[in-house]
Design a protein around this ligand. Structure first.
Ligand SMILES: [Zn+2]
Length: 197
């Protein structure tokens, strides 16, 4: 399919730039860069389980997923993660740590950079299904359902691994944390949003 320059409207031509074949304008410096989309996902811990929502939209209609979604241009990824929790599971959350940053390659769409956070519900917050969810439920870690996205399965695996290693390193602290209903060593994520990159 032909693409056109957003500056002058000329039809783009294929050119090799920095070793990649890209579409670029023959008249000016516009290049159609193939940038990844940035998405957040959140593992919200409640009573030793995690919160999942069952999707009311495609892709993945009827399947379970973590709360999360695309990061807007003017948002810090942590801010986007908290906003998505508000929209999808109806609850304010406190991010407690970063689980990891992942590359999610796609062939038929933009690839994604996924940023996964661990979180807990804010004081007094209760779960309710947002408009993109059929229902919201807390699942025990040993009986998680099939998920809509392999990347969310990967995030949960990483979460379970990091949890296991914390418990192995300090069983006492992990036991205390479970009693308090809080994750061990909560390193509160930055929620301040920088104005510039
Ligand atoms: Zn142009």
């Amino acid at each position: 399919m032909a693409h056109y320059c957003i500056k002058c409207g000329s039809q783009l031509e294929t050119r090799v730039i920095e070793g990649r074949e890209l579409e670029a304008c023959p008249n000016d410096d516009f290049v159609l860069w193939r940038d990844p989309k940035v998405a957040s996902a959140v593992v919200v811990e409640v009573d030793g389980g995690v919160v999942l929502g069952r999707r009311s939209i495609d892709p993945g209609y009827g399947l379970w997923c973590l709360p999360g979604g695309f990061v807007n241009d003017d948002e810090h990824p942590a801010g986007a993660a908290m906003r998505e929790c508000m929209e999808e599971i109806g609850a304010a959350v406190e991010l407690t740590s970063l689980i990891g940053v992942y590359h999610v390659p796609k062939r038929d769409a933009h690839s994604m950079v996924g940023i996964a956070y661990r979180a807990r519900l804010a004081d007094g917050a209760e779960l309710s299904a947002g408009s993109e969810m059929l229902e919201v439920r807390v699942f025990p870690l040993d009986s998680l359902p099939a998920l809509a996205f392999p990347s969310h399965r990967h995030v949960l695996d990483e979460f379970l691994k990091s949890r296991a290693s914390v418990e192995a390193a300090s069983p006492q602290r992990a036991a205390e944390a479970v009693q308090r209903g809080k994750p061990p060593s909560p390193a509160r994520a930055q929620s301040r949003r920088p104005r510039t990159r």
